[in-house]
Ligand binder design. Structure first.
Ligand SMILES: Cc1ncc(COP(=O)(O)O)c(C=O)c1O
Length: 424
């Protein structure tokens, strides 16, 4: 038995076989730095996939901030601590002035659960609208509205799923697709109201990452926001994937999408691997919820988390990582488009900042097996990527934000060679 096979067997006997591992032959890393991960053998892999190590794996500033604060003081938020307030101010300064209050949490799931709880409390309704291929987390409430991952439970009775169109896959005129989608939203709202649930919130990722980054009709996001507000509901932007400068042009995905949500949830890149999340909202919302609910969360927003979160923001700022993501993303997208033009099996290239994809299709049908072949072929070339979308037919290239121009040719050359090698 190889060392990997033995560890997999032990893993199956403890964690169980249902916790997914990437790749036919899973990888085991022993260290990482920047955008590179190293196996025990010494082999190095370029990270073209992971968004959690946002400012780079094992970033010096983040590690030092974590270690120094952990050595000085780590305690929950019922004692006054300047670090926590400093971080809150810095984080909130990245939002429009109206979004000026923050609740901290420990995971994206926790942030979404709290945002939903707040929306229910403030609207007096329980109805939820989500996209028809989405994932927002692990709690009971979130399992009941999961449409993009396998769960044993059906959608909760108070949940309606909205089909998110992709103009790259829909030949109809844009206006027709828009009208159909908004009519379907109207029907969902009416159905929630008739059933007595009302509308508490619509929860979606402004980039629709899990959905495979569909090309949306102009005006769709604004149309959704207007209709939810008109129905008395709140809009929750799940920025677990789209936040923290991923788009290159904007700090937050909702800013990129040109919308103004009532609640913004965030997680993954926030602590560069340290478990952190948050719900950002307005003073009025925080007051309405906070004055009626004593909200206390032991680990959330503690001094160590705040030190880490602050270090992430400072790294982003001082190294100009958002501007770098815009430049790297634009260069990458140009090559992705070239690849799309060269290979019949690439339907289209997708890209927003450093969130990029290639959508595979054969005879007009999604080709997930082909996307899988490319992911494996990239692994053979020691570059990590993955795939997304309702058919898992879209390549997912979403490296740490710290991914620079120096590494880009390695990824692009590997992709070019992998595309040349796969067979539909
Ligand atoms: C868009 C989105 N929201 C929420 C979550 C849940 O976050 P967490 O795993 O930190 O609970 C995820 C995780 O993949 C996600 O992609």
């Amino acid at each position: 038995m190889t060392a990997n096979a033995e560890l997999i067997a032990r893993r199956n006997r403890t964690i169980g076989p249902y916790s997914p591992l990437f790749y036919t032959e899973p990888l085991q890393f022993v260290s990482a730095k920047g955008v590179w991960l190293t196996e025990a053998s010494g082999d190095r892999y370029l990270d073209g996939y992971n968004n959690v190590p946002h400012v780079g794996h094992c970033n010096d500033r983040v590690v030092a901030a974590l270690a120094d604060q952990a050595a000085a003081l780590n305690i929950h938020t019922r004692y006054l601590n300047e670090r926590v307030v400093d971080y809150s101010e810095r984080l909130l300064s990245t939002f429009e002035p109206r979004l000026d209050r923050v609740f901290f949490g420990n995971s994206g799931s926790e942030a979404n659960e709290l945002a939903i709880r707040i929306s229910r409390e403030l609207t007096g309704s329980t109805g939820m609208i989500v996209s028809d291929y989405s994932y927002h987390g692990t709690t009971i409430t979130l399992a009941g509205l999961t449409t993009g991952l396998t769960t044993s439970v059906p959608l909760d009775p108070n949940v309606r799923a909205l089909r998110i169109p992709d103009l790259d896959r829909d030949p109809r005129p844009e206006a027709e697709v828009l009208a159909e989608t908004l009519a379907s939203l109207d029907a969902s709202i009416a159905s929630l109201q008739e059933a007595g649930f009302g509308v508490a919130a619509c929860l979606f990722d402004p980039l629709f990452s899990t959905e495979g980054m569909p090309r949306l009709p102009e005006g769709l996001v604004a149309g959704i926001v207007d209709r939810i507000h008109a129905a008395g509901g709140m809009v929750i932007a799940d920025e677990v994937q789209s936040g923290f400068g991923r788009t290159g042009s904007h700090m937050w995905g909702h800013q990129y999408a040109g919308m103004s949500p009532d609640l913004v949830t965030m997680g993954k890149p926030m602590g560069n691997g340290h478990p952190m999340s948050a719900v950002v909202t307005s003073e009025a919302v925080l007051d309405a919820f906070g004055s009626r609910n004593e909200f206390f969360n032991t680990f959330a927003g503690n001094p160590v988390s705040s030190a880490v979160g602050e270090a992430v923001l400072l790294e982003m700022e001082e190294r100009g990582l958002m501007a770098q993501a815009a430049a790297v993303g634009a260069e990458a997208l140009a090559r992705f488009e070239e690849f799309a033009g060269r290979h019949d099996f690439v339907r289209t290239a997708k890209g927003v900042g450093t969130f990029l994809g290639l959508d595979f299709a054969v005879d007009g049908e999604p080709a997930p097996a082909l996307a899988k072949q490319v992911v494996e072929a990239m692994k053979a070339r020691k570059v990590l990527i993955s795939r997304i979308g309702r058919d898992e037919s879209v390549l997912k290239v979403r490296p740490p934000l710290a991914f620079g121009r120096a590494e880009l040719p390695i990824l692009l050359d590997a992709l070019e060679a992998s595309l040349a090698e796969v067979r539909p």
